[in-house]
Design a protein around this ligand. Structure first.
Ligand code: 13P
Ligand code: ZN
Length: 272
């Protein structure tokens, strides 16, 4: 099968276009990765080029040994993916130790996977284990309103979780575990990858102060939807703060009622 005919590739391309249109991906901002199912790889692997050299990931991900990922390219623009997917995205193969990768398709005119590959792969590894192989997508976006809030709110998981939950009734149902906040760090390396993957052990959302948001999910729709929900909630909060702040809000007892009605567990630490 032609790689561009595979459903997961079409969905990946559609997500990059949708996310660009949301205003989250200026220039080359943000990146996306998808952990390809073995049966999906089998459908297209006749097109793979196994001759490129392996390159260091910059992180160790032994639980991902031998896996294939579809990833955006470093310095590539989300808005161009739909026009020229082969130039802007790539399929990579992880080696048997989980320490190196090689490009087997894509980035046809050169380039390398996103500079946030260590964060993406470490998050994938954590989520693969934590969700028993269910989570397959990591999306990093430069979400305007979430970033704005990191200049105003204390950089604490509890504060961001509670504020975002309060801004839209269904938020606690969409991200019942809450969100984690990573203090400002240099992007693109192992250090920020380690901090973020620690957050991903607890949450599906990690906010990078003054930079953006990471979301993890089972599929492309769910992950895009999670980013969309978090960012919309942040937008409401920005509006509320701009209008002089909350005069009334959802109370802890009401969150407990919501949790019961929607059959989700909300950690008590966020209900104080
Ligand atoms: P890349 O172009 O390398 O993916 O970097 C964009 C970005 O958002 C870094 O955090
Ligand atoms: Zn970024």
């Amino acid at each position: 099968m032609n790689i561009l005919d595979a459903e997961f590739v079409k969905g990946f391309i559609r997500l990059t276009d949708d996310a660009f249109r949301q205003g989250w991906h200026e220039r080359n901002g943000g990146n996306l990765s998808y952990r390809i199912r073995p049966e999906e790889a089998a459908q297209i692997n006749e097109n793979f080029d196994g001759t490129k050299p392996f390159v260091e990931i910059g992180a160790r991900v032994p639980q991902l040994a031998g896996e294939y990922f579809l990833v955006t390219g470093s310095g590539k623009y989300f808005r161009n993916v739909v026009l020229a997917p082969e130039d802007n995205i790539a399929i990579i193969e992880i080696d048997g130790k989980g320490e190196n990768y090689r490009i087997v398709w894509g980035l046809a005119h050169g380039g390398r996977p996103t500079s946030e590959l260590p964060s993406h792969l470490m998050n994938h590894e954590v989520k693969k284990i934590a969700t028993n192989d269910r989570h397959r997508v990591i999306l990093h976006s430069h979400t305007v309103n979430v970033i704005a809030l990191t200049f105003i709110l204390p950089l604490e998981d509890r504060v961001f979780t509670r504020e975002l939950w309060e801004m839209a009734t269904e938020c606690p149902v969409v991200f019942p575990d809450g969100v984690g906040v990573v203090h400002w760090m240099v992007p693109g390396g192992r250090e920020i990858a380690v901090e973020t993957s620690e957050m991903m052990k607890k949450y599906n959302v990690a906010i990078w102060a003054h930079h953006g948001t990471f979301c993890s999910g089972t599929d492309l729709d769910e992950t895009f939807g999670l980013m969309h929900t978090v960012e919309k909630s942040a937008e409401i909060l920005v509006k509320v703060l701009s209008m002089g702040g909350k005069r009334q809000t959802i109370q802890s007892g009401e969150f407990r009622e919501l949790a019961k009605a929607f059959n989700v567990t909300l950690p008590e630490k966020f209900l104080k």
